[in-house]
Write a protein that binds this ligand. Structure first.
Ligand code: PNS
Length: 165
């Protein structure tokens, strides 16, 4: 990968349209974007890493220069391994700011060469998150339009809300 590669890290449990908006806009800035899923079973994810990879690949199948990968340990070490100097994060409402600021400063302390770059989420997804989407879907709420179709189908499957035909 070239120098112009951004690492877009997260849990992506599951990927949302907000994430996809960040990825598609990042592609206008970076040659390559690596979607890096933190492999941390302690977080009790709804979807396995393989399921998350599959949903991301399906959602981005027509988008070139995207890699989907997993990582363990420190993000900055992973960035170095992938020869990238950019950690890309999406920013939503104000509530994200403190957490993102902490992470960015910690990452900079750990490795001064890796820069955190933020893209603002599209206003349509300003107040949504994987967590709130899972919560709504778990009670049978309709989250179409907030997640790609493949994710919506998988959520219905997970929570047993598949319509009988
Ligand atoms: O989807 P999230 O919860 O916003 O992702 C958080 C993530 C995975 C980006 C963050 O927890 C992370 O980078 N973890 C790796 C461990 C690490 O490097 N920690 C030091 C910086 S806080």
């Amino acid at each position: 990968m070239s120098q112009n590669t951004a690492i877009y890290p997260g849990f992506f449990d599951p990927i949302t349209n907000g994430h996809l908006s960040i990825v598609s806009r990042a592609r206008h800035i970076f040659d390559n974007v690596i979607i890096a899923i933190l492999n941390n079973p302690k977080k009790n994810p709804l979807f396995t890493v393989d399921e998350r990879i599959e949903m991301i690949n399906e959602s981005l199948k027509s988008v070139p220069n995207i890699e989907v990968d997993t990582f363990d340990g420190l993000l900055v070490d992973y960035a170095v391994k992938k020869k990238s100097k950019v950690v890309l994060r999406g920013l939503r409402a104000l509530s994200d700011f403190e957490y993102e600021f902490q992470m960015a400063l910690m990452n900079r302390k750990l490795n001064h060469d890796v820069q955190s770059i933020f893209l603002m989420t599209d206003y349509k997804w300003f107040y949504t998150s994987s967590t709130i989407i899972k919560e709504a879907a778990s009670f049978g709420g309709d989250v179409a339009g907030l997640v790609p179709k493949v994710v919506n189908d998988k959520l219905k499957e997970k929570f047993g809300h598949l319509k009988k035909t």
